[in-house]
Ligand binder design. Structure first.
Ligand code: GDD
Length: 320
């Protein structure tokens, strides 16, 4: 029997990598996109429109799609923006997850289909962590409206597992990047700027806090962990990370070195890119995912920066 997957946020970075992975594995793939969002075109996945800020068509969608697995990736996912839009973020990122969980629960109760549910939880939930590296045992200390909404969604996911005996798993993913990363996130902002500066199309790059440290991995590796979580014998929560962290400055070094430039000649900082409360230092301990899921990352920090810069050089050349 062909397995059916439903991916919310299918048009985002992770949604596209996950779609490719599931299609390779022979799944029938359906996706949800927000109304008015850029259309995600793929001849091999079926796309439906759903506003997770209200979710009124979710029961009909579940009835039509009958998903075996749901990957809930959709969110207002920009941390800085969540300070400007805290209520919208709480609604989409927090309550949106609860709407999905309710849809899974009522679909199971109506049809008997035991849909498995993946929640895209985030390392941002650790926030001002007092231990390093952070694992599944580390307490949360969220530092943004986005992270608070993700903590709410994390615990709702655990609660639906415990209260209703549903297969619900949280992937606590540390930062994961790729050439498909949105241009407002720091890695892609840097690699696009490095490419444009190299090609003489831009002079300066304006950033916020250069000292923040993140555990940056490759999104293509991380979607394999999502899939593995839903194939496990038992539902559980897993940290997914490389175990190495670097500062924004380190990423600047790696990206600009890849185009033989010195970032000091081009970067300026502006307080408008600072956050009212910052997460200074995240590094993940993914030993449980390695042990239980057999998951391993394949791309290291330098490889990631190089991959993104090489892509962006070509991308900028083509769009000139
Ligand atoms: N976006 C951005 N823009 N960040 C900047 C800038 C800038 O100009 N300058 C410095 N930074 C710093 C931020 O202050 C932060 O400390 C770090 O770069 C990373 O910022 P982002 O790339 O925006 O990612 P994030 O860590 O806040 O959140 C991302 O990763 C989380 C964990 O996986 C997002 O993808 C979240 O949705 C995700 O949950």
């Amino acid at each position: 029997m062909t397995r059916v997957a439903l991916i919310t946020g299918i048009g985002g970075q992770d949604g596209t990598y996950l779609t490719e992975l599931l299609l390779e594995k022979g799944y029938e793939v359906h996706g949800l996109v927000a109304p008015g969002s850029k259309r995600f075109e793929t001849p091999r996945a079926t796309v439906h429109v759903c506003d997770l800020a209200e979710g009124s068509n979710l029961p009909d969608l579940f009835h039509a799609v009958r998903p075996d697995e749901v990957y809930h990736l959709a969110a207002q996912s920009h941390v800085r923006l969540s300070f400007d839009l805290p209520l919208h973020t709480a609604n989409v990122t927090g309550l949106g997850t609860l709407r999905m969980l309710e849809a899974v629960r009522s679909h199971r109760d109506r049809t008997g289909q035991p849909t498995r549910f993946y929640q895209a939880s985030s390392s941002e939930m650790f926030g001002r962590a007092e231990v390093s590296p952070q694992s599944e045992e580390t307490p949360f200390h969220p530092r943004s409206p986005y992270a608070c909404a993700k903590v709410f969604a994390f615990w709702q996911t655990v609660n639906y597992r415990e209260a209703y005996d549903l297969f619900c798993a949280n992937g606590i993913l540390f930062n994961h990047e790729s050439p498909r990363r949105g241009e407002d996130f720091v890695t892609r902002k840097i690699t696009l700027a490095a490419a444009r500066i190299k090609l003489g199309l831009q002079e300066k790059l304006t950033l916020g806090n250069l000292q923040a440290r993140r555990d940056w991995g490759f999104a293509g590796d991380y979607v394999r962990a999502m899939w593995a979580m839903l194939q496990a014998d038992e539902p559980d929560d897993f940290v997914v990370a490389t175990g190495q962290n670097h500062s924004v400055e380190d990423f600047l070094n790696a990206a600009f070195a890849a185009v033989d430039l010195d970032w000091h000649d081009h970067v300026e900082t502006d307080p408008r890119f600072l956050r009212p409360s910052e997460v200074d230092d995240l590094r993940g301990d993914a030993s449980k995912a390695r042990r239980v899921l057999g998951w391993e990352p394949t791309v290291d920090f330098e490889g990631l920066a190089r991959m993104m810069v090489e892509h962006d050089l070509e991308f900028v050349r083509r769009s000139k």
